[in-house]
Design a protein around this ligand. Structure first.
Ligand code: ARG
Length: 460
């Protein structure tokens, strides 16, 4: 194990088993660049406030900047023998600039340091995950606009319900992702608070300038209570919660596409480059990517539950339990990022089998509600219209024919309100065209929604 930040009072070396167990380098390596950014701001402040000399401050900043560069260039490998990423960076700095490095940790604890790192990391993630969500929206809008006029059966209970535009179905996910973006924006507000300067829990007797650090790190606010600041993970919970909802949305989209891709639905064709085969069955083309996305939601939701459970019994203030938070947060962020990127590409490359959509629409019972609404327009109370059309549906089912083939004469036996125009209602295209409520699948409205999204998502 590498040297520790805290050895002074100990007469015995730590048991190697304990060293291995307490090390967090595998979960906090993702914080490396943020740790250095935070340290650069801290070192700058220490010099400005004359807590250390200006010259020492400059040496620290120069050394840290070099480390930051090597992190950014992928040349900084986590050392599995270090206690955590903060220790490794401190030791690297000591190796590079000598004993002056020991001044960096003045007026700072790893407790406020790790809280800062995690906030910087979360803040960054909220920004790039927003871009990722925009990318997924763009891909969906693109697919929707390629098949802007395609009509398909809409489902409730996974049963044929009413005809809808395929674009309307796809845009439903664009709406979900928009809410996800709003949630990230909201989470960002509470992430964006500087905890550094809280010390271990009580603050510091040294004359630090927290507002200055906040300005350097672009935090609009400074935490108001040091005990809260070192033990608060609400911001991480909010982000994990937003990501759990993203995961749930992604999983539903994946499930829809998996269904659509099945022989039974047959309406979606995956690009070969986005499908996988079977080692045994030569004919198989499997939607593994979508299944992994669907399964991944379980992990992201699990991380939210894990973090909540971890927090609920903690006394104030910092407790080492909190070390596990990185596992929940970093994994959720990384998985969501990967899933959104691969999903956007998959959607972009998918094709819709419009001939199969037409075939599925032969079931004109999809238009039963239109027939009931047609009766309402002719003065029949809706509940009665519902019953009448229900009987019409059963009659067609019994004869094994579509509703249309019953003909007007048979329809009239169920209600005298049926007239010549009744049969024209039993057409999926007419069905969507007749919708007029705001937010409905009416083609003009959906076309307008598509235009609105295209405008909004145009790369700035
Ligand atoms: N690796 C630790 C964590 O993630 C850093 C903070 C350690 N602080 C302490 N008091 N032991 O929480």
């Amino acid at each position: 194990m590498t040297r520790k930040l805290w050895g002074g009072r100990f007469k015995k070396a730590t048991d190697p088993l304990v060293e291995r167990y307490t090390s967090s380098i595998t979960v906090d390596a993702c914080l490396a660049r943020y740790d250095v950014q935070g340290s650069i701001a801290h070192a700058t402040m220490l010099g400005r406030c004359r807590i250390i000399s200006r010259a020492d401050s400059r040496k620290l900043v120069r050394g840290l900047t070099r480390i930051l560069r090597s992190i950014q260039q992928g040349r900084f490998a986590p050392n599995p023998r270090a206690e955590d990423i903060h220790t490794q960076i401190q030791q690297t700095l000591e190796r590079r600039i000598g004993p002056v490095a020991k001044k960096l940790h003045t007026a700072r604890s790893r407790n406020d340091q790790v809280a800062l790192d995690l906030r910087l990391y979360c803040r960054d993630a909220a920004a790039y995950l927003t871009d990722d969500l925009r990318g997924a929206q763009r891909a969906l809008v693109h697919l929707a606009s390629r098949y802007a006029r395609a009509v398909m059966p809409g489902y409730t209970h996974l049963q044929h319900a009413q005809p809808v535009l395929l674009a309307h179905h796809l845009l439903a996910y664009v709406e979900m992702f928009e809410r996800d973006i709003e949630r990230l924006r909201d989470a960002h507000i509470r992430i964006d608070v500087l905890p550094l300067g809280s010390g271990a829990l009580a603050g510091t007797s040294l004359p630090i300038d927290r507002a200055f650090v906040a300005k350097l790190l672009k935090f609009p606010r400074v935490s108001r209570n040091s005990m809260d600041a070192v033990s608060d993970r609400d911001f991480a919970l909010e982000l994990c919660s937003a990501l759990a909802i993203v995961g749930m949305h992604l999983s539903r989209l994946a499930e829809d596409f998996i269904l659509w891709n099945s022989v039974e639905f047959g309406i979606l064709e995956l690009d070969d480059a986005f499908a996988t085969g079977s080692s045994l069955m030569p004919q198989k083309k499997n939607p593994d990517v979508l299944e992994l996305i669907r399964g991944q939601a379980g992990l992201v939701i699990g991380h939210l539950t894990a973090l909540l459970t971890m927090m609920k019994g903690l006394p104030l203030s910092y407790n080492r339990d909190l070390q596990w938070d990185k596992r929940c947060v970093c994994e959720s962020i990384e998985m969501t990022h990967d899933a959104l990127i691969v999903l956007a590409r998959l959607v972009q490359r998918s094709t819709i089998r419009t001939s199969q959509l037409t075939a599925l629409l032969h079931d004109d019972a999809l238009c039963a509600t239109d027939l009931a609404e047609y009766l309402v327009e002719r003065g029949v109370p809706f509940a009665q219209a519902h019953t009448i059309v229900g009987q019409v549906v059963v009659a067609a089912e019994r004869q094994g024919i579509p509703l249309k083939q019953l003909g007007l004469a048979q329809l009239k036996r169920f209600s005298t309100a049926f007239d010549r125009r009744a049969l024209a209602v039993l057409d999926p295209r007419a069905s969507v065209a007749r919708k007029r409520s705001v937010g409905s699948t009416n083609p003009t409205m959906v076309a307008q929604a598509l235009v609105n999204w295209q405008k909004k998502l145009k790369r700035g």
